[in-house]
Ligand binder design. Sequence first.
Ligand code: DLL
Length: 439
Amino acid sequence: MTNGIWNPEIECMERAELEQLQLERLRALVDYCDRNVEFYHKRLQEAGVTAEKIKTLSDIQYIPYTTKADLRDTYPFGMFSVPRKELVRIHASSGTTGNPTVVGYTREDLSNWAEQVARLVVAAGASDESMVQICFGYGMFTGALGLHYGLEKIGATVVPTSAGNTEKQLKFMRDFGTDTIVATPSYALYLAEAARELEFPMDAYSLKLGLLGSEGCTPEMREEIEQRWGNGFFATDNYGMSELNGPGMSGECRERNGLHINEDHFLCEVIDSASGDVLKKGATGELVVTALTKRGIPMLRYRTKDITRIDYEPCACERTTARMHKILGRSDDMLKIRGVNVFPSQVESALIGFHEIGPHYQLVVRRKNFADHLEVRVELIDGSLLNTYGALETLQKRIHDRIKTILGIEIKVSLVEPKSLERFTGKAQRVVDLRQAEE
Ligand code: DLL
């Protein structure tokens, strides 16, 4: 490691050299999929694609997309490429409907995964001096074990507290001198809130770094989390998904100017979600990822449904890898309210900055008289405001006007009692869509 860069040879590689490496790996992957996974063999044959036909990186466009539905249809092991004996781990993502998505790892996959995570946590500022508490749930979710092995690889001291049990988490943090936490942004926020309520002052904690991820976090929310922890707490955004190993696909460095992609392992494209057309470099659209080195369950042009854009300019940190913008939302999280596209992240940005309300919120969508209605519920910090009608109405109007200007649609704002909205130890569920239920 030099200058806070775990693998400078790869992370600072000339782009031409990197693209050559990607091309070689892509060809090898197509050949591998063709020979080892019946599902891909059929798809590639129908599209007339063979490894020899991939002459440049843009030839990837001839390979058909893979979707979550493909994984569900082949549940549990239909897209695996190796005999059971060669698999050393299985994970699954819960999903809300249908079969979970099951993924398997060979020993080499686990080693690549740890390397990917190692690079990102070092870029964020972790080192062999760090004492890291992992507050993601250990189990079928990839977040905890993914970060765990990457952090052990760099020599950090890992404290695998897992999710929940907030008071115990805070006790370990104080007693061990934990300086780094791994959590969802919503749990990092909740932990700070819970810490303030205990009899210990905030300087009983030595937290300096938050490796946050697994759900979106607007810059406004990040600032809120950092302020609540205080003492120079610095948080980075980390992205990934089970289908692409888990965490480790991309993450922010100290510049926080986009999430560096581990491009020698992940070849990214951005497409128009509706038409499936590949967009030109720099455009915003759905991220599609080919996992160049993954073998247990190989992924060719996987449609992530996450909306972002990619910047290929070198970063001030000296890494040459492309950076993806923070996820704007998921194409399937996007709410269509009376024909207007609404991402929960837009509401989150609008809400932060009102000192009378806390950062917890919920969006409730209903259908009344054939029209959609969006209610934004936010928590008051001082519940007694609920008794002063004038002040309450003024605040409601200010919040309403700000959100309406951003979204461009009429909404209802409800101010609710402090602590009345649900807190999350894992991924937050901000949207309650009752449209189907009430139809
Ligand atoms: O959430 C993997 C992960 C764990 C990433 C820990 C980072 C840290 P899944 O449970 O399969 O995997 O969920 C993947 O979560 O498609 C995104 O919609 C969302 N997501 C993950 N990271 C971010 C992020 C893990 N940093 C799905 N910002 C993805 C916004 C994120 N959304």
